[in-house]
Write a protein that binds this ligand. Structure first.
Ligand SMILES: NC(=O)c1ccc[n+]([C@@H]2O[C@H](COP(=O)([O-])OP(=O)(O)OC[C@H]3O[C@@H](n4cnc5c(N)ncnc54)[C@H](OP(=O)(O)O)[C@@H]3O)[C@@H](O)[C@H]2O)c1
Length: 274
């Protein structure tokens, strides 16, 4: 009734999968494939860089996209990893980069829509430019990237798209209209594409982190207000980029089976606590 599978070069010891004789348990005991590249947007730093590093560590060919085109530090000179200048709001650039990555890697296996920006402004002062900027990077960009990657995923027989949302997608947060709306919309994008593209063998999920210590909020988390917020996190701390990275990379190790369209919250329990 149970089965054991060893890790893929990680720490010693086995992972015990109970009930693995059939169904989901049996699928979990598989070893996943490494055909084609995984594209990570916003991979120059923060959560995106951590995901690129973890995916490369697990043997994936990884394409790192960002406006700066910087390679995450640990990946310099590493085979199978490339960095590309690509603003996710630029559909021509996305099209060009996906074609180049597919050509070099023999296909694309997946996409992580991670690039994002955050702004906090009293809503009565919110400018049209700021509203457009946040929605364009956090929502429109991922839709364009999904559209552009779709033919490449179909060509490799399907694949996985992970959208990086936020636990704020379901909360009312003062001075954060644009960001919260952009992430709530990303959840809707995830559900729509999951349904529309399921028959193409494409899985689409939204991984929604809580407070993760990165450039985006490091100063805030160190402030009195930030420390107060963290004190209310049931897990008692901020999350680390590597924790999100390990979870997302695990999805690529797959198989993900029956999962699609879901928003998975990684917030230390904050979004469900009172
Ligand atoms: N940190 C958190 O607490 C937290 C919580 C929930 C959700 N998230 C989400 O997680 C994702 C990553 O956040 P993070 O904290 O790692 O942010 P970060 O440290 O500020 O990194 C953002 C990344 O996105 C890239 N980027 C920004 N605008 C871009 C654009 N137009 N085109 C392409 N790349 C762009 C940046 O690189 P360049 O500047 O070189 O372009 C950078 O690599 C975001 O979607 C964010 O909303 C973060």
């Amino acid at each position: 009734m149970s089965s054991t599978t060893a890790g893929d070069g990680g720490p010693g010891g086995a992972v015990v999968v109970t009930g693995a004789s059939r169904g989901i348990g049996a699928a979990m005991a598989g070893d996943g494939g490494r055909a084609g590249a995984v594209v990570v947007t916003g991979a120059s730093r923060g959560i995106g860089a951590a995901m690129a590093i973890e995916l490369a560590r697990r043997g994936w060919t990884v394409a790192c996209l960002s406006r700066s085109g910087e390679m995450p530090g640990d990946l310099r000179d590493r085979d199978g990893v490339s960095a590309h200048v690509c603003d996710v709001t630029d559909e021509a650039a996305l099209s060009r980069v996906f074609a180049a990555v597919a050509e070099a890697a023999g296909g694309i296996a997946g996409l992580v829509n991670n690039a994002g920006i955050h702004r906090q402004t009293p809503s009565v002062q919110l400018s049209r430019d700021e509203l457009d900027a946040v929605l364009n990077v956090n929502t429109v960009g991922p839709v364009l990237a999904c559209r552009e990657v779709h033919p490449h995923l179909v060509a490799t027989g399907g694949g996985l798209i992970v959208n990086i949302g936020s636990f704020w997608d379901r909360l009312g947060v003062p001075r954060t209209v644009a960001y919260c709306a952009s992430k709530a919309a990303l959840g809707a994008v995830t559900r729509c594409l999951a349904v529309e593209w399921a028959a193409d063998g494409i899985t689409v999920v939204d991984v929604a982190p809580g407070y993760i210590s990165t450039d985006m909020n490091r100063d805030y988390l160190a402030s009195d207000s930030g420390r107060g917020r963290l004190a209310r996190v049931p897990s008692g701390r901020a999350g680390e980029p590597e924790e999100v990275a390990a979870f997302v990379a695990g999805l690529f190790d797959g198989p993900v089976g029956y999962l699609t369209g879901s928003t998975i919250y990684m917030d230390g329990g904050l979004g469900i606590s009172v």
